[in-house]
Design a protein around this ligand. Structure first.
Ligand code: FPP
Length: 249
């Protein structure tokens, strides 16, 4: 079934927790890494679909700071996938800008090189921005921001009244994009696992059982159709939001 989407209400920023690669593979009697290979294929598919839909930012939770504790062969397999299975043409052909959030310094050198190369070569692309969260976690990001603020304060450049929401937003890894409108988690778990905690304050959540390698165009449409049925209130009442919409139209 094709979901009818309101083109005027496509979420600007879609964030995805791509879960279920391992279980997808195990169910088929394959090694977990085979699930990650399929996961990358789906990253390419969903990047193209989002770009064609008019999504402006797509943020993919690819590797968390906690994922380093997985078996070393799985960690290395995911790192190698980034180098071997991602190609620049995906971004160039779709006018997509590539960016990374997370701590780049802990990544293997060849991954750092690919990230830098993609960021540089796609910097002039004016369509969607695809953001890969690598060695990322929200608590790490907030901790780093606090360290920076304390350093500035110790140097006499920051007073308590300078610490505003806007100061914090502009010092987070995500400073270059708006907060997610829609957060999708595949794979059946109902949690957000240290992902964009600050930024998801008013995001709409969509959880589904589908494993990431099987989360294709139709289900993305379903997620966006569900999002379009929600009323985003940002702390206001239903009546206030309805009145504001009437005034706008
Ligand atoms: C979660 O599934 C997935 C990951 C921790 C890795 C995500 C990586 C990819 C989709 C491939 C690399 C992506 C790019 C952009 C090159 P899981 O392994 O936790 O699955 P499980 O919960 O079934 O075990």
């Amino acid at each position: 079934m094709k979901y009818e989407l309101n083109k005027a209400q496509i979420p600007t920023h879609v964030a995805i927790i791509m879960d279920g690669n391992g279980r997808w593979a195990t169910q088929r009697g394959l090694p977990r890494t085979a699930g990650h290979v399929e996961g990358v294929a789906n990253v390419k598919h969903i990047t193209e679909v989002c770009s064609n839909l008019g999504v402006k930012y797509l943020t993919l939770y690819t590797f968390s700071t906690e994922n380093w504790n997985r078996p070393q062969d799985e960690v290395m397999a995911i790192m190698n996938l980034l180098v071997d299975n991602m190609d620049l043409s995906l971004f160039m052909d779709n006018n997509v800008r590539f960016r990374m959030i997370g701590g780049v310094e802990r990544l293997p050198e060849k991954v750092q090189e690919v990230v830098l190369d993609f960021e540089e070569k796609t910097a002039g692309n004016t369509g969607m921005t695809a953001v890969v969260a690598l060695n990322y976690s929200s608590r790490w990001e907030i901790t780093e921001t606090m360290k920076q603020a304390v350093k500035q304060a110790a140097e006499g450049q920051l007073k308590p009244e300078d610490i505003t929401e806007s100061y914090i937003c502009s010092h987070l890894q995500t400073h270059f994009m708006p907060d997610p409108d829609l957060l999708i988690r595949t794979g059946g778990e109902l949690r957000i696992s240290n992902y964009l905690l600050w930024q998801c304050a008013y995001s709409e959540f969509y959880f589904c059982d589908t494993y990431w390698p099987d989360f294709h165009e139709e289900e993305l449409y379903q997620a966006i159709a569900t999002y379009q049925q929600r009323q985003r209130r940002f702390g206001l009442t239903e009546a206030q939001v309805e009145n504001a919409n009437k005034t706008e139209n």
